[in-house]
Design a protein around this ligand. Structure first.
Ligand code: EPU
Length: 418
């Protein structure tokens, strides 16, 4: 297994180009199941999760061609309604094929994803919504079996929680349903809006994506489309924190500052200077890092996917900070590893109390999930001495060429492949 070795305590300086957003690219690629015409997507990030999605879609009968950051999908011969356990367990987002399969093939058999490192992560709201659209749903032998022999019918759906992939799954099911669907308490994340834009480009009739009540007028078929994936706001946020953490001066290219308001505001309160201009963001670290409190919330609130990275910043801030995680019940796995690097953190329920220390010290650490892994790399960048991050495959799921990008802004970081 690969490892990442970091020699810390160097301010990062220079420019870094942000890749396409993983969490936009995954549902958008899956949306290619909804038409038999060709869809072409550019600015696709080179990630393990994208490879897993390509394998799953190929298994379902789609034809996929990839070249550089461009992926073409053509699903004229979509014929297999089954997403098997082996493919789904590698990536929870595989459950996104459920809605499109029922919409196109009138049936689907998709493995239940099961829990993961950050929490139980049920899909009950995806299933309840699909049932409201007229699918018969059964759980059997670890699989969701959904059937809608007479097609799906529009419905008024209320989500108990504003689930991101749940909203996306139901939106993709509803675009080909008969009549109008309203998804209430819908997720408002930019990735939901990006998916709606692509679906509308394919001929769907979706209104008000980005608000909590999305309206979808079903159409009888969709056509091919072409579009570029939006920039990854979490990758951008991770580099912003890295610049502030190391007292550096980094300019992010090809990002969308409008998607990063919560992170930008919070970072400014820590003492960093953040200048947003069109598609760029320049972050300069201040003389010292001030403590702030944070609470994760659905968009436009502070993203859970940035919680671990901001926690690293707080470990070396001046004073006390409280970080509350309200989205996932078990997203503090980075804490024990950060403590091994000298951080002073106490967990109480869903809150972490962080007392800033004068510095972290490098250590061998173990990554547990994607964003926790990113936080350990950040910790290594500011720590004295050498940090060795193990289980790097988590990082490869969602960060394109992370160590190369960090090396490009002056970090002493390398990957050891085994
Ligand atoms: N929930 C339910 N029932 C459901 C669905 C969700 O109770 O049927 C709960 C979850 O347990 C959680 C909350 O609702 O407490 C919100 O979860 P959500 O469904 O929004 O999460 P997700 O769609 O599974 C996406 C991202 C995650 C990101 C979350 C929250 C993708 C592929 N994944 O997950 O990204 O953390 O939204 O913003 O879009 C990551 O990139 O590292 C990552 C984990």
């Amino acid at each position: 297994m690969d490892r990442i070795i970091i020699e810390g305590s160097r301010p990062l300086k220079g420019e870094v180009t942000i890749s396409g957003a993983k969490n936009a690219a995954l549902p958008i690629l899956v949306a290619g199941l909804l038409t038999d015409e060709t869809c072409t997507f550019t600015n696709m990030p080179a990630l393990r999760d994208i490879e897993s999605t390509k394998a799953l879609l190929t298994h379902l009968g789609s034809k996929i061609e990839a070249q550089g950051d461009r992926i073409q999908i053509q699903s004229a011969s979509l014929n297999n309604p089954e997403a098997p356990y082996d493919l789904v367990r590698k990536m929870r987002a595989s459950v996104l094929v459920l809605g499109p399969l029922v919409a196109r093939l009138k049936k689907a058999r998709v493995s239940l994803p099961g829990g993961c490192a950050i929490g139980e992560r049920p899909i009950n709201l995806h299933l309840k919504g699909l049932a409201q659209l007229g699918a018969e749903i059964e759980l059997s032998h670890g699989y969701v079996e959904a059937a809608a022999p007479n097609g799906l019918k529009g419905a008024d759906i209320y989500l108990d929680m504003a689930t991101v992939t749940g909203t996306e799954n139901l939106m993709m099911a509803a675009v080909l349903a008969d009549g109008e669907t309203v998804i209430r308490n819908a997720a408002r994340e930019p990735e939901v809006v990006a998916l709606a834009d692509v679906l509308n480009g394919m001929g769907a009739k979706i209104q008000d994506a980005g608000t909590s009540a999305i309206r979808i007028q079903g159409v009888s078929s969709l056509h091919g489309t072409q579009c570029a994936i939006i920039p990854d706001r979490i990758e951008a946020g991770t580099f912003m924190v890295a610049a502030a953490l190391t007292g550096g001066d980094v300019t992010l290219l090809n990002c969308d500052p409008t998607h990063l308001s919560a992170s930008i505001n919070k970072l400014r309160l820590t003492g960093a200077t953040v200048i947003a201009k069109d598609r760029t963001l320049r972050v300069t670290g201040g003389d010292r890092i001030e403590s702030i409190d944070l609470k994760t919330q659905p968009y436009p609130g502070f993203p859970t996917d940035m919680q671990a990275q901001f926690m690293v910043l707080m470990t070396v801030a001046k004073g006390l900070s409280v970080i509350s995680e309200t989205i996932f019940e078990n997203r503090f796995m980075h804490v024990s590893e950060l403590k091994r690097m000298g951080a002073d953190i106490k967990i109480s329920g869903n809150a972490a109390l962080i007392k800033g220390v004068s510095g972290l010290s490098g250590a061998p650490v173990m990554a547990s999930d994607l964003r926790a892994s990113a936080s350990l790399v950040l910790a290594g960048l500011v720590a004295s001495g050498t940090t060795e991050v193990n289980r790097v495959y988590h990082l490869d799921r969602g960060y394109e060429a992370l160590e190369k990008k960090f090396a490009g802004v002056g970090a002493a970081i390398k990957r050891i492949s085994e």
